[in-house]
Design a protein around this ligand. Structure first.
Ligand SMILES: [Zn+2]
Ligand SMILES: [Zn+2]
Length: 169
């Protein structure tokens, strides 16, 4: 641990929803970090400069709430309006964008970074393969969620990326 005098003692101080508890191990690049407890009860280790600058003001629950709020504002299609046609891969994506706009105005549902893509929930019962390209799609726009490129890739690689019943056991 670094000498006490080098660290500005912020224990007990509040930064947004976070309250600093005790100094934590420094980051790999030597930055001072603090163990904080969030109002929601989650403990996080945050770099001191991010606390001071106001960059980090919660454990991530604020972002999660914002993401949820953005979805809530738009609302989703009532069941009876859900299309179930022989739509192709590209047209299915266009439909999502037309309804919900660009994915980049949402947070990635996995990491809460800004999203980049509309990502198909491949475990949806309506997911199927495009006859022409063989790519997975869904006629239901609500089967798509915003994801960043990284999480989209990871989800498609390791997520429930198997179309139900499409792979031999
Ligand atoms: Zn929190
Ligand atoms: Zn992500």
């Amino acid at each position: 641990m670094a000498a006490k005098g080098q660290i500005k003692d912020v224990s007990g101080q509040r930064f947004g929803r976070l309250t600093a508890v005790s100094p934590a191990e420094r980051s790999a690049n030597g930055r001072v970090r603090w163990l904080c407890v969030c109002d929601c009860g989650t403990e996080v280790v945050v770099q001191s400069n991010n606390l001071q600058s106001g960059n980090t003001r919660s454990c991530g629950c604020v972002g999660r709430e914002k993401a949820a709020a953005r979805f809530a504002v738009i609302g989703r299609l009532p069941n009876r309006q859900k299309p179930d046609d022989e739509i192709g891969y590209t047209a299915a994506h266009d439909r999502v964008r037309k309804l919900y706009g660009s994915a980049s105005q949402y947070f990635c549902i996995d990491c809460l970074d800004w999203a980049q893509d509309w990502s198909l929930q491949t475990d949806s019962p309506r997911a199927r393969r495009d006859a022409a390209s063989g790519l997975l799609l869904s006629p239901d726009p609500d089967d798509y969620v915003p994801r960043c490129k990284r999480c989209h890739f990871r989800y498609d690689e390791y997520g429930p990326a198997v179309l139900r019943g499409s792979r031999p056991a």
